[in-house]
Design a binder for this molecule. Structure first.
Ligand SMILES: Nc1ncnc2c1ncn2[C@@H]1O[C@H](COP(=O)(O)OP(=O)(O)OP(=O)(O)O)[C@@H](O)[C@H]1O
Ligand SMILES: [Mg+2]
Length: 489
């Protein structure tokens, strides 16, 4: 049984939320898990709808001496637990636990009461999560002695950072007293990526506690609050929520896997899907120049694996500016599009070049894109001499970093993401100042006016820092992660 104590003397930093939902996610992943409530407030029971009035025995009873009980018998942990879900049991607590420090003060072995009680359960569970009270006393020291590792949830606010330094010092001191090599890790919680303070605190945490910081972060998510008020773990209340994802990630990280990256869309498409997508790309290009209504509806292809439309942030035909190349009436383009010969290159020189030029020209505009676009009839000619390129190659061309005359365009594809930000040398690593913009059907992009030089950056996708998957040029940073690198000429 691997035992993890959730400790922070600061109140309200997410200890109980972390304990309940981490335990629930471990259980959901098939790991038999015991959650031990070591807080006399009994919040684990409340948060899991265990009826307080029906709780007869608690973890406190399992820690007593026979002389402390009426019948001279101390219940085993297995006799006090409540089953919450499959593979998920709770050893509850209540206000009686508040007497623990007084009752055991001066008794030999008072620091090992919990460890001894849990020894009887160690073969029944794979994991034991201990929720501690917001204080560092005998109860917390018992948890520390009973555990193999500690997670310190830290709310990403200013005062928490201040308190954390003290907490870590205290833990260091206590850890020495246990004589055990206990791993202590910091888990950022209640992280609200929209606030500057939270972002700054997270950067500070990364800088200050780099060796102790968990890769996972728990975002502020109202579903977690709601789940607790409904007496359910997030696994039951809303398994589709961001809160669930964060705790599932945390569970995976503890289990030794890396937290899951946000999904990058699968990229294999069937031939008909690709053809439809190509037609859509053409139609969208035409939209810029002739208005939406001129284009007959083209059936939407499945969203997974879409080839991006030829579209850029802020791409508009400047008022009064004529496209350099006259396009035929839209009906012709749209009607012709499905008739693309099967042997035509899917994203061949025509659309590919438009896309590439759209990135490469400055300012990026539909007019500019159109000025390099060949006649649509040419696009629809079979071009047998061109080798058929894989979807991966086409995506590689479309996404990534492209230098234009007036800036550098970052484009990335995260179909499931709700927010993508860039952080790098150029914005002092403050992602919020540089959000990428979602382009319907074309991923996320952002153009930055960067002076010549070498820059490092990372993407922050729904609050998670990660390497840009479309830029192979990387180097390791001080946290052992990969920064992307871009060189502007
Ligand atoms: N990630 C989160 N998103 C939204 N609300 C959260 C999150 N984490 C915790 N909360 C809410 O913050 C409040 C405090 O959380 P919690 O009870 O887990 O903290 P705690 O550290 O256990 O507090 P205490 O020190 O009193 O035991 C609760 O109302 C909880 O629902
Ligand atoms: Mg609590």
């Amino acid at each position: 049984m691997r035992t993890v104590a959730i400790i922070n003397q600061k109140g309200g930093c997410g200890k109980t939320t972390t304990s309940i939902n981490l335990a629930a996610c471990l259980a959901r992943l098939g790991q038999k898990t015991l959650l031990v409530d070591m807080d006399p407030q009994g919040h684990c029971g409340t948060g899991l709808a265990v009826p307080e009035e029906q709780v007869e025995r608690t973890i406190y009873d399992a820690m007593l001496d026979p002389a402390d009980t009426r019948d001279g018998r101390v219940p085993k942990v297995s006799e006090v637990v409540w089953q919450i879900a499959t593979d998920f049991d709770l050893a509850p607590s209540n206000i009686r636990l508040a007497a623990f420090e007084q009752v055991f003060a001066g008794r030999p072995g008072r620091e090992d009461r919990l460890g001894n009680a849990l020894a009887s359960a160690k073969d029944q569970y794979k994991w034991c999560i201990i929720d501690c009270p917001p204080s560092v006393g005998l109860i917390t020291f018992n948890a520390l002695k009973a555990c193999d590792e500690v997670i310190v949830p830290v709310e990403t606010g200013y005062f928490s950072l201040h308190g954390l330094t003290k907490m870590m010092e205290t833990l260091d001191m206590l850890r020495e007293r246990t004589g055990k090599d206990i791993a202590v890790r910091v888990l950022p919680t209640l992280y609200d990526t929209r606030t500057k303070l939270a972002r700054e605190v997270l950067s500070e945490l990364r800088a200050k506690f780099k060796d102790h910081l968990m890769t996972s972060t728990v975002n502020f998510n109202t579903k977690l609050k709601e789940a607790a008020s409904f007496g359910q773990p997030i696994t039951e209340y809303d398994p589709g929520s961001k809160g669930y994802k964060d705790f599932a990630n945390l569970a995976r990280e503890l289990m030794g896997g890396r937290p899951a990256e946000p999904e990058i869309a699968p990229d294999k498409m069937s031939r008909p899907q690709e053809l439809v997508q190509r037609a859509r790309a053409l139609a969208q290009l035409a939209n810029y120049q002739f208005g939406k209504n001129a284009v007959p509806t083209i059936p939407a292809a499945p969203s997974a694996g879409q080839i991006p439309a030829v579209q850029m942030p802020g791409v508009q035909t400047p008022p009064g500016q004529m496209p350099a190349v006259q396009m035929p009436a839209m009906a012709t383009v749209a009607a012709s599009a499905p008739a693309i010969p099967a042997s035509a290159p899917l994203f061949g020189t025509g659309v590919q070049r438009i896309a590439a030029q759209a990135f490469a020209s400055a300012p990026v505009s539909a007019a500019a894109a159109a000025s390099v676009a060949p006649q649509p009839q040419q696009l629809l000619q079979p071009q047998q001499q061109q080798p058929v390129r894989t979807t991966e190659q086409k995506l590689a061309d479309f996404y990534g970093v492209k230098q234009t005359d007036d800036g550098v365009v970052f484009s990335a594809r995260f179909d499931q993401a709700r927010q993508v930000l860039i952080a790098g040398d150029f914005n002092n690593w403050t992602p919020a100042s540089t959000p990428m913009f979602r382009q319907p059907g074309a991923g996320w992009s952002m153009k930055l006016p960067l002076a010549p030089g070498r820059y490092r950056y990372r993407l922050v996708v729904d609050g998670k820092w990660q390497t840009d998957p479309h830029n192979q040029y990387v180097e390791t940073n001080q946290f052992g992660e990969m920064n992307n690198v871009v060189e502007v000429e």
